[in-house]
Design a protein around this ligand. Structure first.
Ligand code: 5GP
Length: 187
């Protein structure tokens, strides 16, 4: 089968829109092994708590912690920002709070993607009343061109262009989160 034909088979059609492969399962897993090693080295002798931002981070979080070799804990928080849209509404709401006590803890916030940076800056504000031992941010994807808020992302899986992506946790109107790799909206 020709490459051109195969590429077509890999496309995902949603109404008039077409998504094409961007980051393969193999590339994701290879990068996650590297990130897991880097985090494990950085947190030697510590007991970090990974805080996943739902829903988008659920697959990334699961695969990331499988690559972490130090003892760790996990928790999740849930924000809402995009609704059914492909562009940020600029508003964030807290839908599920943390269960863990984060005072004196080493926290690693785990995001699927940092776009404008609004969600991360909102989470950093939420943490202000607490006294964690340290706070770092780990995002699978970063769109550097669309950053509007000053945020520091400590661990980045991949930098991508300012285009809408789906799969591996990332949704389009709540669907396609179960794809094993990442697809981008084709122009
Ligand atoms: P930010 O607050 O940084 O603007 O956006 C972060 C959130 O917006 C992410 O957690 C994700 O839910 C959503 N988001 C941003 N860009 C994309 C994208 O390209 N695709 C999808 N599916 N969600 C995105």
């Amino acid at each position: 089968m020709s490459t051109e034909k195969k590429q077509k088979l890999d496309e995902i059609h949603v109404g008039n829109e077409v998504f094409v492969p961007m980051i393969s399962e193999e590339q994701l897993q290879k990068r996650l092994a590297e990130l897991g090693k880097q985090i494990s080295d950085d947190y030697q002798g510590k007991l970090p708590i990974f805080i996943g931002v739902l829903n988008g981070s659920f697959l990334f979080m699961a695969d990331l912690v499988k690559n972490v070799t130090v003892n760790c804990e996990i928790d999740f928080m849930k924000l809402s920002s995009y609704g059914e849209e492909k562009i940020s509404s600029g508003k964030v709401k807290m839908l599920k709070e943390l269960n863990a006590d984060i005072n004196d803890r080493h926290i690693i916030i785990v995001e699927d993607i940092v776009d404008t940076g609004l969600s991360i800056s909102y989470i950093e504000k939420l943490l202000e009343p607490y006294t964690p031992a340290s706070v770092k941010v780990c995002s699978l994807l970063l769109k550097p061109e669309s950053l509007k808020y000053q945020v520091k992302i400590d661990y980045i899986g991949f930098e991508i262009p300012n285009k809408f992506v789906i799969g591996y946790g990332l949704d389009y109107a709540q669907k396609y989160r179960n794809l094993r790799s990442i697809y981008v909206l084709s122009e």
